[in-house]
Design a protein around this ligand. Structure first.
Ligand code: AMP
Ligand code: MG
Length: 425
């Protein structure tokens, strides 16, 4: 049995704040074990399982940052132009550059190895080339000694960690690893997340819509959210509101070696007492009422043994509430389970286009569109109806407008926090 510790408010009706619930989840998680080696071309979005130690200095030599002339910067004078004799050329990739004699300079290309006797490069556009290329004149104070020289190892030093274990690999990281000549990386295995929807009124795609029913949308939005996080999805389909069916689905998640299981629906207080019973039989699960909107009670816990717990996130059924609680509680937790070092979500501040009524004591997540404002900065406005079942307004949104637990009503023009759905990388 995994020990969830004293679950602060599981036993009474008081609501947890979003921050309390997030902290309680984070405190209980244990990252999965297991890693594998993958080719660099398949490593995007994976989590490093070991530090990447640089086997070389990058760059491997001092080299020029510009196209120009390399020379000894000690010859520069603040009160007089410097005239140098141009002798020779160094191209990028030339292995044995010439030595620059005093009073001389060498034509050099970007990335070419700095010749011995030179520590400074004057860019072509900052000097005059005279006598058909035989002479170069540099006016006083156009550059300082040492300028435009890239130092050996200034990007990455040999035997130093270039990237740390736990790093979620982004495009620049792949380039960085490639710059070290490394073709394979050791990464954590992918997190396996089982997913099912619950509800007798939910129809599977392909089925004719029965009277009084709705199609299963949650499984598809949550699958998309999991795929965005680079996780392996074990799709367990649709499960009826029936204790045995629920138990069988959870067992199936274990059989399929899932690390976590995500469900939607059936956790509200009224309709799902059996859900609590089933989960209580299988492991330790805390049911929480959270002071947030949207979002009804949601359950978090661990099923099975401590050697390989099955982490459980039971999300509310309302399509918007399911996605919002996924972003607020499950996203960071799954990233941490996958072994990644948590990084705070960047929060944008934007001017609220309209006034919003709110009372302190709960966190509110509103679907919104954020866009550059006319006078600079960003403006955010709400997208249509904010009902917890209106998925269209979530689809139209590009961000969540977040009103904090203690925050009261917002006046038009006031700055508010915004969580963007999409970032640059
Ligand atoms: P529940 O949390 O099970 O009480 O469900 C709350 C609301 O969400 C009900 O209107 C359900 O019909 C709806 N709902 C539950 N699960 C889904 C689903 N997978 N797809 C679409 N709507 C759902
Ligand atoms: Mg239901």
């Amino acid at each position: 049995m995994s020990d969830l510790g004293p679950s602060p408010l599981a036993a009474n009706d008081e609501k947890l704040s979003v921050a309390q619930a997030r902290a309680a989840i984070a405190a209980r998680l244990q990252p999965i074990a297991g890693d594998e080696e993958v080719p660099l071309v398949q490593a995007l979005g994976r989590v490093l399982a070991a530090d990447v130690i640089s086997p070389i200095d990058v760059p491997a030599h001092d080299n020029s940052a510009v196209d120009g002339y390399a020379f000894d910067g000690a010859a520069l004078r603040a009160d007089a132009a410097l005239e140098l004799r141009a002798a020779g050329t160094v191209m990028a990739g030339d292995a044995s550059p010439i030595t620059v004699q005093p009073g001389h300079c060498v034509r050099i290309m970007t990335g070419a190895v700095m010749p011995a006797g030179a520590d400074t490069v004057v860019p072509l556009e900052l000097c005059q080339v005279l006598n058909e290329g035989a002479q170069v004149r540099i006016e006083p104070r156009v550059l300082k000694p040492g300028e435009n020289r890239r130092r050996r190892g200034e990007d990455l030093k040999r035997d130093h960690p270039a990237l740390r274990s736990g790093r979620l690999l982004r495009p620049a990281d792949l380039g960085l690893i490639a710059s070290l000549g490394i073709e394979q990386v050791r990464v954590k295995r992918r997190l396996r997340v089982a997913l099912f929807s619950t509800g007798n009124e939910i129809c599977t795609l392909g089925e004719a819509l029965r009277p009084g029913c709705v199609y299963d949308s949650n499984r598809f939005s949550l699958m998309g959210a999991l795929q965005r996080l680079g996780m392996e999805v074990v799709d367990l389909g649709l499960v009826r509101d029936d204790p045995q069916a629920l138990q069988a689905a959870l067992q199936q998640a274990s059989v399929q070696q899932a690390d976590a299981v995500l469900t939607s629906g059936g956790v509200s207080a009224g309709d799902a007492d059996y859900t609590r019973d089933v989960l209580a039989q299988l492991g330790e699960v805390a049911f929480w009422k959270i002071a947030m909107r949207p979002g009804r009670p949601f359950a978090f816990g661990a099923l099975g043994g401590t050697d390989k717990p099955l982490w459980m996130f039971a999300l509310p059924g309302n399509p918007v509430a399911a996605l919002v609680t996924f972003y607020v509680f499950a996203r960071d937790a799954l990233i941490a389970l996958a072994g990644a070092t948590p990084e705070p979500l960047p929060v944008l501040q934007a001017r609220c286009a309209t006034a919003i009524r709110k009372r302190p004591g709960r966190t509110e997540f509103q679907r919104a569109i954020v866009a550059p404002a006319v006078g600079g900065g960003f403006e955010v406005r709400l997208t249509g109806s904010q009902g917890a079942g209106i998925l269209r307004s979530m689809s139209e949104a590009n961000a969540l407008l977040v009103l904090g637990h203690e925050q009261g009503s917002v006046a038009a023009g006031e700055l508010v926090d915004v969580w963007l759905f999409d970032g640059l990388v």
